[in-house]
Every structure is written in C-alpha cells, then in structure tokens.
Ligand binder design. Structure first.
Ligand code: SF4
Length: 499
C-alpha cells in the first residue's frame, strides 16, 4: 500500500458506516486503488431490502428535495445534509428517507425524522450512528431538534417498526466516533486488517486484504484463531504464523494455562494448524474411517439449501440423487438434480409433502450435506408439520455433515474449512466464479421481481439452480476425497498386517 499525505476535510455518512464496520475499510474507500475493489452482492442486497421496506412503509411514492419538505410531503428522498464536523472538517450525509411526523419546524406544523432499514434482529452500531448523524444534521436543516429516528425491517413479509431516541448519549458517541474516524483517515497508511476476519467475506476490499494477510502471515489467517486467541497469542509474544508454527507445544500450553486451564490440547492444535498452513501439507488426525456409513451405500442424496435471512425463509431445497460404485469411490454412475423451489405462494405443508416424497423414495439413503444448516432447517420444518419424535430421530440419523467429518479427521492447509475453500483445495471449481449465497439470494430477488412484472427472468433462476447444483457437487467432491483417503488408509493397514 503506497504512503500518502492525507488531510481529509469532508466526513460523510458513507465513510462513517464503513469505519464502523472496519476502520481499515473507511481508509481504503477514500484512498484505496479503485481497481482492487471487488463487487459484492451484500451492498445490492442491502439496497434491495431497503427499497422493499420503504415501499411497505410509505402509502405512496416519496417526493424529492427541499421543496417536498416545505410542502409537507409524507416521505422525502434526495436530501443532502451539510454541517460542521470535528477540527474544521465538513460533514455531509444523505438520509435514505425522511418521514413526516407531527411537530414544529421552519416549515410549519410538521417535522421530519430519518428512516433506515435494518437486516436481522439487532439494531447495529452502524444504524445507530448513521441515524444520529442524520438527526444531528437535520436540526439546522429544519430548525428544530430531531428527537428520534425510525428503523424498519421486514420479517415474513411483515413490516416491523422501531423508534430510536436520538438523545445526548448517542450524540456524544457520534462525535467521539467522528473524531476517531478523522484520526484514522489522517494516517499515512491504512489501519491494520481487522481481527474479526468474518467481516472480510462481505467486504469489497477482501481481495487486497486477504493477499496482504497471507503474505504477512498474520495470526488472524490461521484457522481457529479468532479475536480472543489472537490477543492471547500476542500477549504471549507470538506475532505471526511462522512464530506460532515454530513454538514448542509444552511451552505454549503452559503459557496459555495462565489464561485458560488445560490448554495443552489447544496449544497442540494451534501449532499443528499453523504448521499445516506454513508447509501446505494436510495431516490425518483420526485413524478411524471418516465415512464408514458410506462404505456399502451405493445410493446417496446430496442436499443444499439456499436461504433468505431477511425473510427467515429457505427458498430452495436442492438435492442430487447419486448412484455410485461402492468398490471404486470415485466412479459415479448417475446424478439427478432435484430442486424444490419455495415460491411466493408459500405453503409449508405443500413443500413438506414434496420433500417427504423425495426423502421417502428410499428411507435408508444417507443424506450428505456440508454444515449444520440443512439438518436444523429440515428437522424444524418436519417438526412443524407434525413428524413424531421417533420419526424425527430416524430422519436426523440419515444426515451426514461432511464439515464435521473433515474437521474431526483432517487438518488441512487452509485458513478456513468452509465448503468453498475445502472443495476448491480438493480440485472442484464452480461453473460461475466468485458466486456465493448472497449472490444467489440477489438472483432470487431479481427472479421474483421480474415475475411480478409478468416476465420471469429465466437466467436468474437458471443461475440459482446451477449454483445450488454446484454446491451439492462440491460437497460430493469432499465426500469422495474423504472416501478415497479412507481406502488408502485401509489398504495401508491391510498391507502392513499381511507383511
Ligand atoms: S477486507 Fe476485512 S480488513 Fe479489509 S477493509 Fe474489508 S473488513 Fe477491513
């Protein structure tokens, strides 16, 4: 990253939001190389969600600009608020929506409050500080204090409203944050890469930051090192991946014991993971077969769900029925993709009927999936649809979580054990590059919107199904790798025994 002489004189609501997510992001948004920015579905999903919330909130289309405020329109868009920030800096913000409420302002017997849409259940710091900034700048704009902001969300297609008091405590938090933001933006180099690397998956700077984290061997690059362990290791004097990989296990275990009792096992795991990543070598950590249930199973089901977290709904249950040669794990005779789409005319009993029909085709078929989502989601649905505890238990026993099997049997030279990372390392590639669940959700929204306009965008639907099918095939790549490793182990044991 090149060094710059930086004296920013304008702080915006966008920069503040970026900074709340990650201090480094705000800096990169302002000075980063534009060509290093990657497209992310997350931002488009947020805009789409906001749009749907506002449509549900407003009885008619909002009007635009200052004239609309003067006229007392019920909703106003396109207002640019300006004011003075810390240390002579200017402030600028564009509230996504202003809603008219009762009160006194320079325009008469009405005033406006800022509105934001939220994802998920929590009111995040990002929303609280953004509303506080809008409220602060609205005060001189409408010549009256802004006492509250409104937060809207949609859950199961129902609009939910929450008001946020814009009090003096929140106002001082805002000013403290703006001061800190300004300090960060005046740095000659970007703030450090966040310790909570989960945030990076949604960020447009992930390409550049991941590259830097890897080349510098940051501790946060090591699978199993989150914020808490990062700080512990730093306190102990371990600063990077190669420090950790060359540490003595007993020594580290004793030092960690001062913070967490019985840490020898943890020390061994962390050091071994760091070594695997440093040397690029996988290691078997459990000598029992990873998938013993599959040894004689020629018929299997692969299962992957696509979800809409805002609506709390799984919109696609994708299955692949697979037939294979049990004497040669890699030989697959046939695969049949069977998607069950949950359309707008959602009827859970109908979906369950279709799912049950597919599952009951062969009640002994094992169901392979990657991660816990599928089993949790399907069992909850089955319970709601009246499956008895005994039947539920039987169903649950058919599931095999490949993520758990990988984690309990192998140490891989990877910084994360997510499906994308693991299957790619094992040689799988998705037909469309850079697609993830968020992108699939965006296609789903697009497909639904285009259907309402009377012409379903068939490409969006095709891409969702293709992505879901590939996720299932990626899971099979993992299963087939585990099975072939089990065979190798078995052959080795047999030959050692016979010699
Ligand atoms: S990729 Fe991660 S570290 Fe880099 S700016 Fe984004 S959130 Fe921050």
């Amino acid at each position: 990253m090149s060094k710059k002489m930086l004296y920013p004189n304008l702080l915006t609501d966008r920069l503040l939001r970026s900074w709340v997510r990650c201090r480094r992001k705000a800096w990169l948004d302002l000075y980063g190389e534009k060509q290093e920015r990657l497209w992310t579905a997350h931002r488009n999903l947020q805009i789409d969600h906001q749009q749907r919330c506002f449509v549900a909130l407003m009885p008619r289309k909002p009007a635009k600009g200052l004239i609309a405020c003067k006229k007392g329109e019920i909703g106003v868009l396109g207002i640019r608020l300006k004011g003075e920030g810390p240390h002579g800096c200017s402030l600028e913000a564009h509230p996504p929506l202003l809603q008219k409420i009762a009160g006194e302002s320079q325009w008469g017997k009405h005033t406006y409050r800022p509105v934001m849409a939220k994802h998920g259940r929590k009111i995040t710091k990002e929303i609280r500080l953004s509303l506080a900034l809008f409220g602060y700048l609205l005060k001189p704009f409408q010549k009256t204090p802004t006492r509250e902001g409104l937060i809207v969300s949609l859950s199961n297609q129902k609009l939910q409203l929450e008001t946020l008091p814009l009090n003096s405590k929140l106002n001082s938090q805002l000013h403290e944050s703006l001061e800190k933001l300004l300090i960060d933006l005046r740095r000659n180099t970007p703030p450090p890469i966040t310790l909570n690397r989960r945030k990076c998956t949604l960020c447009c700077w992930r390409g550049a930051c991941n590259k830097e984290a890897k080349s510098e061997g940051l501790l946060s690059e090591i699978s199993g090192v989150g914020v808490h362990r990062y700080e512990l290791l730093k306190q102990i004097g371990i600063n990077n991946l190669s420090d950790l990989a060359s540490t003595d296990t007993i020594d580290l275990g004793e030092k960690l014991n001062a913070y967490t009792p019985n840490s020898l096992e943890l020390a061994r795991d962390l050091i071994s993971q760091a070594k695997a990543q440093r040397d690029g070598i996988e290691e078997r950590i459990n000598q029992s077969p990873a998938l013993p249930e599959l040894k004689h199973s020629s018929d299997l089901l692969l299962y992957d769900i696509e979800s809409d977290p805002d609506e709390g709904q799984d919109f696609l249950h994708g299955f692949i029925s697979l037939k294979r040669n049990t004497s040669n794990n890699c030989e697959v005779y046939s695969t049949k993709y069977q998607p069950i789409l949950v359309t707008n005319e959602y009827d859970e009993s109908l979906i369950w009927k279709k799912l049950k029909q597919l599952l009951d085709c062969d009640p002994n078929r094992k169901i392979l999936h990657y991660g816990e989502t599928e089993v949790i989601s399907l069992c909850r649905l089955a319970k709601r649809q009246g499956l008895s505890d005994k039947e539920l238990e039987k169903l649950r026993n058919r599931f095999i979580d490949l993520h758990v099997r990988v984690r309990t049997h192998w140490r891989l030279p990877l910084n994360s054990y997510g499906l994308k990372n693991v299957a790619t390392w094992m040689g799988f590639s998705w037909r469309k590059k850079g697609v993830d669940g968020a992108r699939a959700l965006l296609w789903w929204r697009h497909w639904n919107a285009s259907k309402q306009n009377g012409r379903g965008d068939i490409n969006s639907l095709r891409w969702i199904l293709e992505y879901n099918q590939d996720d299932n095939l990626a899971a099979w790549t993992v299963a087939s790798w585990l099975l072939s490793q089990d065979s190798l182990l078995e052959n080795k044991v047999t030959s050692e025994f016979s010699s």
